[in-house]
Write a new protein. Structure first.
Length: 377
């Protein structure tokens, strides 16, 4: 572990030499923590898009270090050893810094459209042709058609909105994502296979119209753009006093990627829960089926045992009649014929013999009633 002390001037040169995320990788401090130190020491920081301008050879102004300062003269940082510990940073700040640090990306919205995405080409035609809507007291907003990228702005904001959305679409594609129009006509940013609804809409303000005899309210465009994302838990990023949407592309992209990550985690949790419930239901159904089958087998066993018991009871009765007839010397032809008939009926009733009886084949042995399908004559 090596401690390195920087004077205010040296720290100023350091933060203007490379992106914050790279400095945070070299020292045991988060990029956000380093920004706080610089603000405390009144050290100006590169503005949004500075390093992208440097990468593409564009003019990037460097803010001069203020001389008037009476605070700490130096700061000590600990040089990082081994793997960078990302636990000290929030997932959002890591993603945002990652986007800002990758030189292959351009976070600068151009002054003019250059090779616009096909979604932007289609949207531009609609926005320039469609007439401003007058419904719901909303004055002067133009919107794209269904099955087109969702943009709702005033005529004066059309070109700006197209340039912003074109840059955002290209950034998403470079990050391996895409923007699609769903079968429901809604615009989605598809990130990690998660669909996040997006829209660019101009903010409105309430204006009181006084006609003398009565007053009414109308909603008029403000020129401020708002990028909206999400569905049930909708969020939006709005033009601020100091930062416009064009200067918050890394913020927006990081927010979208983080939301997609959380949406995927929630979806996997829901799927795991439903799979668990489904498996539990299958287990319960399987066990219940086993119980039903077992009960059915026992019922069959009980019925067969009962039939056998009753068949043997019939045989015992017949044998008792035979013994009594012999004892009384009364074993006549009629008695013998009857005993033969009883033996056949006992064999028919016995489940282990199951003797066929033409006259009783439509009879249910358990109820000793003719089956419902038996029609008689």
């Amino acid at each position: 572990m090596t401690k390195i002390t920087f004077t205010r001037k040296e720290l100023y040169n350091l933060v203007w030499s490379k992106p914050m995320i790279k400095i945070a990788n070299e020292y045991s401090i988060s990029d956000n923590g380093l920004r706080k130190i610089c603000r405390r020491m009144k050290i100006p920081l590169p503005q949004q898009g500075h390093w992208q301008k440097v990468e593409y050879g564009k003019k990037a102004n460097k803010i001069i270090l203020p001389k008037k300062y009476d605070g700490d003269k130096s700061i000590t940082l600990i040089e990082r050893v081994g793997e960078y510990n990302t636990n000290k940073q929030s997932q959002f700040s890591i993603l945002k810094s990652e986007v800002e640090a990758l030189n292959t990306y351009s976070l600068v919205v151009p002054d003019k459209l250059s090779k616009p995405d096909k979604l932007i080409i289609t949207a531009r035609k609609s926005l320039l042709v469609n007439k401003p809507s007058m419904q719901h007291n909303q004055e002067g907003l133009v919107n794209t058609n269904r099955n087109e990228i969702n943009i709702v702005v005033s005529p004066g904001s059309i070109r700006r909105s197209l340039r912003f959305m074109d840059t955002l679409i290209k950034l998403l594609k470079k990050r391996g994502h895409k923007v699609v129009i769903g079968s429901d006509g809604v615009t989605y940013a598809v990130i990690r296979n998660e669909e996040i609804q997006i829209q660019l809409k101009e903010k409105l303000k309430r204006v009181i119209i006084d006609n003398g005899s009565w007053k009414r309210q109308e909603l008029h465009p403000t020129g401020k753009l708002a990028f909206r994302y999400g569905w049930f838990n909708k969020r939006e990023v709005v033009d601020g006093k100091s930062l416009f949407l064009e200067e918050r592309l890394s913020f927006i992209l990081a927010k979208l990627e983080l939301k997609a990550k959380k949406e995927k985690e929630l979806r996997l949790e829901r799927e795991a829960y439903h799979n668990k419930v489904e498996e539990e239901n299958k287990r319960k159904i399987f066990i219940q089926k086993q119980k039903n089958d077992e009960l059915e087998k026992f019922k069959n066993l009980f019925a067969s045992a009962k039939l056998l018991h009753e068949a043997n009871t019939i045989r015992e009765y017949a044998n008792t009649v035979r013994v009594k007839a012999l004892k009384n010397n009364n074993l006549s032809k009629e008695v013998k014929k009857w005993l033969e008939w009883v033996e056949k009926k006992a064999d028919w009733y016995d489940p282990l013999i199951d003797f066929d009886d033409d006259l009783l084949k439509e009879v249910d042995k358990e109820t000793l009633k003719f089956n419902k399908s038996y029609q008689g004559w």
